[in-house]
Write a protein that binds this ligand. Structure first.
Ligand SMILES: [Zn+2]
Length: 409
């Protein structure tokens, strides 16, 4: 079957790398930040703005767990798939639902078969497994799907982390097998109105090859676990690579481990990851985290910080975080970030945005979300340009120094 992704590294500086990731829905320059679109919407911003040259988000993330519970797969299928349903024609990545279910804490029960949990919407009993996650992700039909994994808490002991890692590996193999079958069904229904449920796997693969030069199948990434234990992380990496995925993600970081542990794991693990496949750090982090991880060779990121914190009145700026609730901004005539060229910073003052926030106006969230996403996306653009022009070490040093000038300290 033709390759669903083409990944080409075109510049490196130290361990950092700039690459082109070609999907069936466009080319993505990496290192890339993916805005999080939990329920099929990146909260507080329209797709036109995400697509505009100012932000130019090439890929967004959607959450399988949320879309599966509401509106449900049947609705999304009936509306022509997720891209069609939500009106986003660029690339997407869906997570597996594993992390969301894991983060329900006491509301879930993990067994070999999968995870049983109570819906956060209506309390009903639900069950998610590698097979169900692959079926749902195939129906959502994002360009990149993720294996169903189990996340160990940051402070997990060696024994706990090993058990969790072994389960994730067994689930990774089941994910891959279920994914391959689901792709045949997807390809068959894309080229033929009849469902291909009676197809033999081999016939399906051959037919998929003939059907189109454009890869219709999705890509599937494997997830490396092992908490903060480097030996387990390395073992998880080797055994996940042996299963053979289209890209590899580092999961289970930024989940309560001590500060410093995250970069230690990234620094140890990333150079060992396949150089010819995209490397994705899941759910991380602040702009500084992104730059530090990119310096160690990570290509892809997602995080809710720019949107969630924006709704809570926080702006990320080139001089650190700014809390718009702070009374010191009541008369402040400066933009959120004097170094930001976004349309919010071009037009509005901190004083006005603070007023909107204090008045409970929805525009406060919209403006802060827009600026924060612009800041994250622009920072990654700066990273890419710096790597390509062999200026990344300088860029990283200056960015970090400026961050620590401390707007509010
Ligand atoms: Zn701005």
């Amino acid at each position: 079957m033709s390759n669903p992704l083409n990944f080409e590294v075109n510049a490196t500086e130290g361990a950092a790398r700039a690459a082109l990731l070609t999907t069936r829905r466009g080319v993505i320059e990496t290192p890339v930040f993916m805005p999080v679109g939990t329920a099929g919407t990146v909260k507080g911003i329209r797709f036109e703005e995400l697509e505009s040259p100012e932000l130019d988000a090439r890929i967004i993330l959607s959450n399988t767990y949320h879309l599966w519970l509401r509106p449900g797969i049947e609705t999304i299928k009936a509306c022509g798939g997720l891209h069609n349903f939500i009106g986003w024609n660029r690339a997407m990545l869906t997570d597996s639902g594993g992390f969301q279910v894991w983060s329900l804490g006491a509301l879930r029960k993990i067994t070999e078969a999968g995870t049983e949990f109570r819906s956060h919407i209506d309390g009903s009993l639900c069950f998610l497994s590698p097979e169900i996650s692959m079926e749902v992700q195939a129906a959502l039909n994002a360009e990149i799907a993720m294996a169903f994994d189990e996340c160990a808490p940051g402070e997990a002991t060696h024994d706990e982390a090993r058990q969790s890692m072994e389960l994730t590996l067994r689930w990774a193999r089941r994910s891959k097998a279920a994914f391959d079958v689901a792709q045949i069904v997807n390809l068959r229904s894309a080229g033929d109105s009849e469902r291909g449920s009676s197809l033999i796997v081999r016939e399906g693969l051959e037919e998929a090859d003939r059907m189109s030069a454009l890869p219709a199948r999705q890509a599937l990434f494997g997830i490396i676990q092992g908490a903060s234990h480097l030996d387990l992380r390395r073992e998880s990496l080797d055994r996940t690579v042996a299963i053979d995925f289209d890209g590899y993600a580092i999961g289970g970081l930024s989940v309560g481990e001590e500060k410093g542990v995250m970069m230690e794991v990234i620094e140890d693990l990333v150079p060992r990851m396949p150089a010819d496949k995209p490397r994705y750090l899941m759910g991380v982090g602040t702009p500084e985290d992104l730059i530090e991880a990119a310096a160690r060779g990570v290509d892809m990121f997602d995080c809710v910080l720019p949107t969630r914190n924006g709704r809570n009145g926080q702006a990320f700026t080139s001089r650190g975080k700014l809390n718009i609730k702070n009374a010191r901004y009541a008369l402040d005539q400066q933009p959120l970030d004097e170094n930001c060229a976004c349309s919010v910073c071009n037009r509005h003052t901190r004083a006005f945005i603070r007023h909107l926030y204090q008045s409970g106006e929805m525009l406060a969230s919209i403006l802060l979300t827009h600026h924060n996403l612009a800041f994250f996306l622009d920072t990654m653009k700066g990273v890419r340009q710096a790597i390509r022009s062999d200026q990344f070490a300088k860029f990283r040093r200056e960015f970090t120094e400026q961050m620590h000038c401390g707007l509010e300290s």
